[in-house]
Design a protein around this ligand. Structure first.
Ligand SMILES: C[S@@+](CC[C@H](N)C(=O)[O-])C[C@H]1O[C@@H](n2cnc3c(N)ncnc32)[C@H](O)[C@@H]1O
Length: 222
């Protein structure tokens, strides 16, 4: 699925249709409680919209993304911002490229579901070493509020809820939505919690915005 993000037309359409609104941005960034001495990293930074907001407050903001096209959009948007670094990398390979950095805040939105469940665990294990004790990590993504093993039987219920959730935009987003739910690797809260626990993080809160989308906040305890 990461292949899609190398396609300029797909990237342009994503940013047009799914660009983050002001309200969504506030909701995503609020649990981070950003402060001027923070050093933050966003995994799957896309076109850099959230990174720009983070860097308005934090001392440094690093964005990791595999897509040259998205990073080019981010570069144009963030040109001249001295406290922002963009790193072209897959999630699983970024540890080596971030070697000299340490972070107090981590964030990711609509991106880490591209990893399979075993890869999620590997990703957290590798990147956890970059975070200082007491760091906060906010994950907002497709997350199921039921056991992923029940996905097939839940599909009619998910589709009914998604139609309400997306309202008038449903016809435009239906195909992407079904691909994300059925072909990408959206998982459940307990799988994410286990992956973060494995990396030395403890979950401090979680919120389901729907049965298929939600937010989890973790604190590094180790
Ligand atoms: C759905 S977009 C989300 C962008 C942004 N965070 C947002 O909230 O709109 C997913 C992003 O993750 C990136 N991505 C997908 N798979 C990736 C991978 N394996 N490694 C690194 N980045 C990846 C894509 O290039 C894309 O920019």
């Amino acid at each position: 699925m990461s292949e899609l993000w190398k396609n300029g037309d797909y990237v342009k359409r994503y940013n047009n249709v799914y660009g983050i609104s002001g309200e969504q941005m506030d909701r995503y960034l609020a649990p981070l409680n950003l402060a001027p001495d923070d050093r933050a990293v966003e995994f799957g930074c896309g076109n850099g919209d959230a990174l720009a907001r983070v860097a308005d407050i934090a001392a440094a903001a690093v964005g990791v993304d595999i897509s040259k096209e998205q990073l080019e959009n981010a570069r144009l948007k963030l040109e001249g911002r001295k406290n922002i670094l963009l790193v072209e990398s897959s999630f699983l390979d970024c540890r080596g490229k971030l070697g000299g950095h340490s972070f107090t805040k981590g964030l990711s939105r609509k991106a880490l579901h591209h990893l399979t469940d075993p890869e999620k665990k590997i990703f957290v294990e590798k990147t956890a070493q970059l975070f200082k004790k007491d760091s906060i990590f906010v994950l907002e993504d497709g997350i199921f509020n039921f056991d992923r093993a029940e996905l097939n039987e839940k599909v009619p219920e998910i589709v009914a809820e998604a139609k309400i959730y997306y309202g008038a935009a449903w016809p435009q987003v239906e195909k992407d939505f079904m691909i994300t739910i059925l072909e990408e690797f959206v998982t459940d809260y307990k799988t994410w919690e286990a992956a973060f626990n494995h990396g030395g993080f403890m979950m401090t809160s979680r919120k389901a915005y729907s049965m298929f989308y939600g937010m989890m906040v973790f604190k590094k305890i180790g």
